[in-house]
Design a protein around this ligand. Structure first.
Ligand code: 3PG
Ligand code: MG
Length: 399
């Protein structure tokens, strides 16, 4: 890979230079209280920020949060993130009330060497996500004007052709941060020659989101375990009734053909936890996966399935997991996700947890993060990497 790294930048003099760090600080917030419910993505960028602070750079951090529609929206302000980042860094983080306006310019101008500023949400500006090159470029010009060098450490956003990810590096000396390097190195192991057996576990709600990655992975993996909401479309493709479980009717044919081509590599649930309703306290019990009663909704994989998946994972040498096995946010339907996560953690294998939801599940269920070889900060980004797609943010660093 022809990419300059943070170490290359540090080897030049960065003391007193303004360094713009694109981070992915898109953390989940409690909708009631606005509190950060999982700060994993903030912690993941600390090595890069710490190194720049240490070297005496003026560190200007930018990120998106959620999906505001191109104008300021207090529900998506990065202000709480500035507070948490400051706690973790052990030094105050100066917060700019806008991204490229007066507040941003004066905040950056006021930074002393080794100090850190966080700009307000990139997506408060229509230019950030615009499909129009000129509009994106104009916004990228304003961002680039705030700095002398650019570090991309936003792995979770490298699959987005956005101004801060794709256009700013064309305007400034640019390098990959520590997190982006580590992520690319780990995922490169999975796309290269992984130790076998190589077992992939996929969950989450939609088959359509995972179709491309399933196509790309099938020839490479020894086993593909499917749980979560997406398993019902596969069960339907096998001719089973799935009650009122999640179903992508238009994907049934595709799933049937995948099952045919997989030659037995795809493992589906044999039992399912079915409930009367999608609710934390809904009456529920375990039913066979080949006959979910009508009007009942499958919300988790069953214990026999967990045992079968765990057996497949026990012998694996390489494991990639993306997507929860059930509605783990509700305690009654978290057993499948917990059981599979524990089996992965206990396996004598190189284990990678891919992205947003599964990474959050590991922490929400109180599992030991150290028990996994790598927990990726990018959900969509890691899947697109494994699909073999060109990631705009990585391509931009290569030029
Ligand atoms: C994510 O959470 O997947 C990343 O932060 C990217 O966010 P996006 O899907 O809104 O672009
Ligand atoms: Mg996403």
């Amino acid at each position: 890979m022809n990419i300059r790294t943070l170490d290359d930048l540090l080897a030049e003099e960065v003391t007193g230079r303004r360094v713009l760090v694109r981070a992915d600080l898109n953390v989940p917030l409690d909708t009631q209280t606005g509190q950060i419910t999982d700060d994993g993505r903030i912690r993941a960028v600390l090595p890069t920020l710490g190194a720049l602070v240490q070297a005496g750079a003026k560190v200007v951090v930018c990120s998106h949060l959620g999906r505001p529609k191109g104008s300021p929206d207090p529900a998506f302000s990065l202000r709480p993130v500035a507070g948490r980042l400051g706690e973790l860094l052990g030094a105050p983080v100066h917060f700019a009330e806008d991204t490229v306006g007066d507040s941003a310019r004066s905040t950056v101008a006021g930074l002393a060497d080794g100090q850190v500023a966080l700009l307000e949400n990139l997506r408060f500006n229509p230019g950030e996500t615009s499909k129009d090159e000129a509009q994106r470029g104009a916004f990228a010009d304003q961002l680039a004007a705030l700095a002398d060098a650019y570090v991309d450490d936003a792995f979770g956003a490298v699959h987005r052709r956005h101004a801060s990810v794709y256009d700013v590096p064309a305007r400034l000396p640019h390098v990959a941060g520590r997190l982006v390097l580590r992520e690319v190195e780990v995922l490169g192991t999975l796309t290269g020659e992984p130790d076998r057996p190589y077992v992939v576990v996929l969950g989450g709600s939609k088959v359509s989101d995972k179709l491309a990655v399933i196509e790309a992975l099938l020839p490479k993996v020894d086993r593909l375990l499917v749980g979560g909401g997406m398993c019902f479309t596969f069960l339907k493709a096998q001719g089973h009734e799935v009650g009122s479980s999640l179903l992508e009717e238009e994907m049934v044919e595709t799933c049937r053909s995948l099952l045919e081509r997989a030659g037995g590599k795809i493992m589906l649930p044999v039992d399912v936890v079915a409930a009367d309703a999608f609710a934390p306290d809904a009456p529920h019990d375990t039913v066979r996966a080949d006959g979910i009663p009508s009007k009942r909704v499958g919300l988790d994989i069953g214990p026999e399935t967990v045992a079968g998946f765990a057996a497949a994972l026990r012998g694996a040498r390489t494991i990639f997991w993306n997507g929860p096995m059930g509605v783990f946010e509700m305690a009654a339907f978290a057993h499948g996700t917990r059981g599979v996560a524990e089996a992965i953690a206990n396996a004598d294998a190189f284990t990678v947890v891919g992205g947003g939801d599964s990474a959050a599940a590991v922490r929400a269920l109180g599992l030991d993060e150290q028990a996994f070889s790598h927990i990726s900060t990018g959900g969509g980004a890691s899947l697109e990497y494994l699909e073999g797609k060109t990631l705009p943010g990585i391509a931009a660093l290569e030029n």
